[in-house]
Design a protein around this ligand. Sequence first.
Ligand SMILES: *[C@@H]1O[C@H](CO)[C@@H](O)[C@H](O)[C@H]1NC(C)=O
Ligand SMILES: *[C@@H]1O[C@H](CO)[C@@H](O)[C@H](O)[C@H]1NC(C)=O
Ligand SMILES: *[C@@H]1O[C@H](CO)[C@@H](O)[C@H](O)[C@H]1NC(C)=O
Ligand SMILES: *[C@@H]1O[C@H](CO)[C@@H](O)[C@H](O)[C@H]1NC(C)=O
Ligand SMILES: *[C@@H]1O[C@H](CO)[C@@H](O)[C@H](O)[C@H]1NC(C)=O
Ligand SMILES: *[C@@H]1O[C@H](CO)[C@@H](O)[C@H](O)[C@H]1NC(C)=O
Ligand SMILES: *[C@@H]1O[C@H](CO)[C@@H](O)[C@H](O)[C@H]1NC(C)=O
Ligand SMILES: *[C@@H]1O[C@H](CO)[C@@H](O)[C@H](O)[C@H]1NC(C)=O
Ligand SMILES: *[C@@H]1O[C@H](CO)[C@@H](O)[C@H](O)[C@H]1NC(C)=O
Ligand SMILES: *[C@@H]1O[C@H](CO)[C@@H](O)[C@H](O)[C@H]1NC(C)=O
Ligand SMILES: *[C@@H]1O[C@H](CO)[C@@H](O)[C@H](O)[C@H]1NC(C)=O
Ligand SMILES: *[C@@H]1O[C@H](CO)[C@@H](O)[C@H](O)[C@H]1NC(C)=O
Length: 436
Amino acid sequence: MVDQKIVLALKFLLLVLFFESTFEQQQQERLSSPIERAALLELRSSLGLRSKDWPMKADNCSVWNGIKCENGSVSEINISGFRRTRLGSQNPQFRVDSLVNLTRLKSFNASGFYLPGSIPDWFGQRLVSLQVLDLSSCLISNAIPGSLGNLTSLTGLYLYHNNFTGMIPSNLGLLAGLSVLDLSANMFTGSIPVSFGSLQNLTRLDISMNLLSGPIPLAIGMLSKLQYLNLSRNDLSSSIPPQLGDLSNLADFDCLNSCVGIKGLMGQGVKPTVISWSISNAIPGSLGNLTSLTGLYLYHNNFTGMIPSNLGLLAGLSVLDLSANMFTGSIPVSFGSLQNLTRLDISMNLLSGPIPLAIGMLSKLQYLNLSRNDLSSSIPPQLGDLSNLADFDCLNSCGGIMGLMGQGVKPTVISRSIRWSTTPVIMKSRKPLSNT
Ligand SMILES: *[C@@H]1O[C@H](CO)[C@@H](O)[C@H](O)[C@H]1NC(C)=O
Ligand SMILES: *[C@@H]1O[C@H](CO)[C@@H](O)[C@H](O)[C@H]1NC(C)=O
Ligand SMILES: *[C@@H]1O[C@H](CO)[C@@H](O)[C@H](O)[C@H]1NC(C)=O
Ligand SMILES: *[C@@H]1O[C@H](CO)[C@@H](O)[C@H](O)[C@H]1NC(C)=O
Ligand SMILES: *[C@@H]1O[C@H](CO)[C@@H](O)[C@H](O)[C@H]1NC(C)=O
Ligand SMILES: *[C@@H]1O[C@H](CO)[C@@H](O)[C@H](O)[C@H]1NC(C)=O
Ligand SMILES: *[C@@H]1O[C@H](CO)[C@@H](O)[C@H](O)[C@H]1NC(C)=O
Ligand SMILES: *[C@@H]1O[C@H](CO)[C@@H](O)[C@H](O)[C@H]1NC(C)=O
Ligand SMILES: *[C@@H]1O[C@H](CO)[C@@H](O)[C@H](O)[C@H]1NC(C)=O
Ligand SMILES: *[C@@H]1O[C@H](CO)[C@@H](O)[C@H](O)[C@H]1NC(C)=O
Ligand SMILES: *[C@@H]1O[C@H](CO)[C@@H](O)[C@H](O)[C@H]1NC(C)=O
Ligand SMILES: *[C@@H]1O[C@H](CO)[C@@H](O)[C@H](O)[C@H]1NC(C)=O
């Protein structure tokens, strides 16, 4: 009986394997057009690709690395990660002219493959079937030709980490089907094209690490599908327009070292989960409206004034980092409401007054840094209830060590300025001390 079952199972397995292999056979596409075949060979020679990757004799697509065909035509080329022949690497150039004969090409990915030179003007006029163009990290320089605005089938345009200069052509605003536009880490100058407001299908826009200046177009606030917006490391002059507050899908927003004010982001709609940007002056209390925030990073800026007690409304916060600013006043008692907080860093400010007892109620807290402030009080015994606390730093900040003596507390790193010499004994013995 058992043997029969095994034989049956084996037969079934063989059947499955057989069907799978015939399925694969069917997937193997033949390149029907001699013109396209000639174009691939021409591309192989102009880029100096190895015959190992694209063997001369093959007439079907599956044996050429990085090539996919549909209905006998080349539909995808991925030369990302390819190496050139020795000859080909002697004088690498942006020579891809024969692509024009691949009239059904949907995707061209050369990420990381050096193509020194400029994007030729004909690119935008001839490669109109392209849906995805990835030329990231290709050592390309000079301006982007405005003709790229003709590639209206594009859904993804990745040009990051090159040496592009000049203005971002406003024609890119014609690429209405774009879902991802990544122009980061180049040397673009001028301002963000207002035409970007037309890219209604955009989910990711990254123009960080350029030399862009001028205002953030209000129209960006109309890109309702935007989930990721990175404007950091530019020289944008304006403050964040309130319109950005309407971006209800925005999860990541980064304007570090780029945006001047934070007038925006106050609307009802905005729900970024991570915000970091560089600003000065006081934080508006309306930040407390961003109740979807799980991380708020405002460290190392020039914030002044009090920490708004409204931040205590951000009940979903897991990380709150306000360190290295010039906040004055005391630690808001409302922080006691941040029940999901695992990291709280308010070190290196000018905070004074007592440590709120309520902080001892943040039961998930693992990291608490209060160091380098002017906190007047001693550490409240309530902190001893923080059973998850692993790191606690109150160097040059806390007055006493009355707290941290409870049974529960298990910090692995403690540093603080103390006045009594008995601490090491306390820590070693780990016995609850008397409450005197
Ligand atoms: C594709 O080429 C491989 C290797 O040359 C060969 O084994 C296979 O039969 C070919 N497939 C088709 C559909 O021509
Ligand atoms: C391939 O050919 C089939 C049948 O002619 C057609 O339905 C399909 O749309 C074609 N696919 C492409 C990508 O041209
Ligand atoms: C592109 O090719 C590289 C190297 O051959 C490979 O590692 C990568 O997975 C390919 N990428 C895609 C999107 O097919
Ligand atoms: C495209 O194909 C035609 C016909 O084979 C050929 O004459 C032409 O030179 C090719 N164009 C490029 C840019 O390779
Ligand atoms: C291009 O290929 C690289 C390396 O394989 C890959 O990481 C990247 O996601 C690809 N680009 C696109 C748009 O798929
Ligand atoms: C930009 O150009 C410089 C010199 O021409 C080169 O050293 C650098 O690697 C290039 N950067 C990128 C990202 O291509
Ligand atoms: C492509 O774009 C250029 C410049 O934007 C324009 O002059 C030209 O008419 C366009 N060509 C096509 C075929 O759409
Ligand atoms: C935007 O995306 C939707 C859904 O994917 C699609 O139906 C629509 O055609 C796209 N718009 C453009 C202009 O491509
Ligand atoms: C924004 O871009 C910068 C530089 O390209 C990068 O370091 C940072 O991690 C990005 N921000 C987010 C939230 O991804
Ligand atoms: C945002 O916060 C401010 C100040 O706390 C408040 O006056 C305003 O009503 C809030 N707006 C919304 C839309 O909740
Ligand atoms: C804070 O302001 C001072 C003086 O205005 C300036 O030198 C410093 O770079 C600023 N720091 C940050 C992190 O912006
Ligand atoms: C706190 O975290 C828990 C678990 O991740 C989650 O279910 C809950 O919704 C969070 N609370 C708030 C107010 O976001």
